[in-house]
Design a binder for this molecule. Structure first.
Ligand code: PLP
Length: 363
């Protein structure tokens, strides 16, 4: 069985130790005589799985008691669509920083419910940086400020946490959650699709401060109301049971195998530094995003020649690396090096890049 280095932006690699654990528990989870996939979500054995997963996430991220952790379906896209439904009062307003594709989509969802505002955007510069917004630029009347903390497609990340004063900060952390320590208290809501750094697709984690629950608009569907999810322990309906189980294993891996988020950060930083240091040391490949906004998770670069980029994608695949082709909206290449990518994968990629550059001189 050969495993490739999978640089996919999502769904993406999971830690080998977690996959092996899933395999070993597949036919009979801890003497229950069944797979976790086959279990009732109301059974005592599953109740322990979901509660243990939540407890582990709370420890790993140091989530304070006045925040609820919700395990829901629908993806990050459904959560950003339900942000205004939960937080924007009728006749109210909110501020959005648009630093990429997903934050742009989130902003469009907000526009459906009120006079929400795009407080800053880097669109004119092809999202090659993250706008800096200071406290006085936010509308004091805003019900919330929405950001996308790591821009998966463009390969940029916020280099600061916007100071929004008393306005709750809502952050899409789909592609950077659990990659480094974050101060949860600086955010009103943190949400993330699981398929980048946590689990298989199908699960979305929402971490929400308690005082932000219970303000849903009248038209908010029951299924999208975070208070309903919170009051029902994420079991108003059937939750994504198997992804929650895998997420629990991943939280445990970060806590006990890696040694916590600071250690996770050090691992990720070492990988990203290796790749960016190489990129900065040569001029065959270019990084187009601003240095201070470079993402540790999604590294974008290109050769400047679309034909060479296409050849790179093809030959890297033949060399045992998948999904290095950039997003269709940016072209070029993208190496997503999430938590589960081992440093050997990054070293292997750099060796390939050197060889490819030597063999494919530009005209
Ligand atoms: C992948 C991604 C999304 C979309 O996630 P879905 O679960 O497919 O809806 C949204 N935001 C960010 C930052 C992402 O990386």
């Amino acid at each position: 069985m050969g495993r490739v280095y999978n640089f996919s932006a999502g769904p993406s690699m999971l830690p080998v130790e977690v996959l092996e654990k899933c395999a070993s528990q597949m036919m009979d989870y801890e003497g229950s005589g069944m797979s976790v996939m086959e279990m009732s979500h109301r059974s005592p054995v599953y109740d322990k799985i979901i509660k243990d997963a939540e407890a582990a996430l709370r420890r790993v991220m140091s989530i304070p008691d006045n925040y609820k952790v919700l395990f829901i379906q629908g993806g990050a896209s459904q959560v950003f669509a339900s942000v205004p439904l939960n937080l924007l009062p009728v006749g109210g307003t909110a501020d959005y920083i648009v630093s990429g594709s997903f934050s742009g989509k989130a902003y469009k969802e907000g526009l459906k419910y009120g006079a929400v505002r795009e407080v800053a955007t880097s669109k004119a510069d092809n999202f090659t940086y993250v706008p800096y917004v200071s406290r006085e630029q936010f509308n004091p009347e805003a019900a919330y400020v929405h950001i996308c903390y790591n821009n998966t497609i463009y390969g940029t990340k916020f280099h600061y946490v916007p100071d929004t004063g008393d306005i709750p900060l809502v952050a899409d952390m789909s592609s950077c959650i659990l990659s480094e320590p974050v101060d949860v208290t600086k955010f009103g809501v943190i949400y993330a699709g699981a398929q980048k750094n946590m689990a298989p697709a199908g699960l979305t984690v929402v971490i929400v401060r308690e005082d932000l629950l219970g303000h849903a608009r009248p038209e908010c569907p029951t299924m999208l109301d975070w208070k309903i999810a919170a009051d029902n322990g994420s079991m108003y309906n059937t939750p994504p049971t198997y992804p929650i189980y895998v997420a629990g294993l991943v939280f445990d891996w970060i806590e006990n195998t890696v040694g916590g988020l600071q250690k996770m950060y050090e691992r990720n930083k070492a990988k990203a530094d290796l790749l960016y240091d190489y990129l900065d040391s040569q001029d065959y490949y270019k990084v187009v995003v601003r240095k201070e906004n470079r993402s540790m998770m999604n590294v974008t670069f290109n050769s400047g020649d679309p034909d060479i980029d296409a050849k790179f994608a093809k030959e890297s695949k033949a060399a045992g690396m998948t999904n290095l082709k950039g997003h269709r909206s940016t072209g070029g290449m993208r190496a997503s090096i999430y938590n589960a990518m081992p440093i050997e994968g990054v070293k292997y990629l750099i060796e390939f890049m050197k060889k490819f550059a030597a063999e494919n001189p530009k005209k």
